[in-house]
Design a protein around this ligand. Structure first.
Ligand code: BTN
Length: 248
């Protein structure tokens, strides 16, 4: 393990770990940390995905990190964090010359494949979020994916460039920290409009699968809590994460 500081950020490098999000949570539980901290690794054995999902990443190939931040967002504003992080990955990929989209709620897509996933775990104290663990997995140099991950793509698949993992980890984390400063006082409506501008299939007719039915609808927006608003037979219905899936 290596610990050092860079751009006012504490940095913990781990050769191998079960999950960087879990590691960050353990540090918080032991009260060993109270400053912006980046935890990254070359090898994650039990990566956590959204919901019950896991996150697979080939060793020494991709960005695997958790950023622990102490921004005092109101608990009701939790989706602002998701938006800021999604926009940051979008900005990072733009810098690398590729045009991504945000797939609701916070997957990052290149064309119709997933290049990055975000897992945000917030601790709530009263009405406020006392800290957030922002876990990011971004496929960087991996060229082949297991058969069950037909939907995955990496930056190298797109650009043919081999990237330096450490440099890219620092670059993306700095963009996220900079954007928290830039956007934390902005209204939800301001952030929502930026999010919608870059949202995958926004205002397009798509096929969805909910628990009970398959239906066609048009994505019209999101509400303050991050629910997806879909126009369906002339009415607007809202869905939370895991209540529906896109059928592409
Ligand atoms: C998803 O799309 O399901 C979210 C994936 C998030 C994966 C990252 S990898 C680094 C961090 N540590 C984890 O265990 N998960 C997140």
């Amino acid at each position: 393990m290596g610990i050092f500081y860079f751009c006012k950020m504490k940095i913990i490098k781990l050769e191998k770990i079960n999950s960087t999000n879990l590691y960050a949570q353990e540090l918080l539980n032991k009260k060993q940390i109270s400053e912006t901290t980046l935890i990254y690794t070359n090898s994650q054995i039990k990566g956590k995905g959204m919901g019950e999902n896991s996150w697979y990443s080939e060793d020494y190939k991709n960005l695997i990190f958790s950023l622990l931040v102490f921004n005092k967002f109101k608990a009701i504003d939790h989706f602002k964090i998701s938006i800021i992080v999604s926009l940051s990955i979008f900005e990072y990929l733009n810098l690398k010359g590729v045009s991504a989209k945000i797939k609701w709620p916070n997957d990052i897509y290149l064309k119709s494949k997933k290049i990055a996933g975000i897992l945000i775990e917030n601790s709530i104290m009263g009405d406020f979020i006392s800290n957030s663990i922002i876990g990011i997995g971004l496929n960087l140099n991996q060229e082949k994916f297991p058969k069950n991950l037909t939907n995955a793509i990496s930056l190298k698949n797109e650009t043919n460039i081999e990237y330096n993992i450490e440099e890219e980890t620092f670059l993306l984390s700095n963009i996220i920290i900079k954007n928290f400063e830039k956007y934390k006082l902005k209204s939800f409506e301001f952030l929502r409009d930026l999010y919608l501008k870059n949202l995958y299939k926004f205002q397009e007719k798509c096929l969805f699968q909910s628990k009970f039915r398959k239906f066609e609808g048009i994505i019209k927006g999101i509400d303050n809590f991050g629910y997806l608003l879909i126009e369906l037979n002339g009415n607007i219905e809202k869905f939370y994460f895991k209540e529906i899936e896109f059928i592409d």
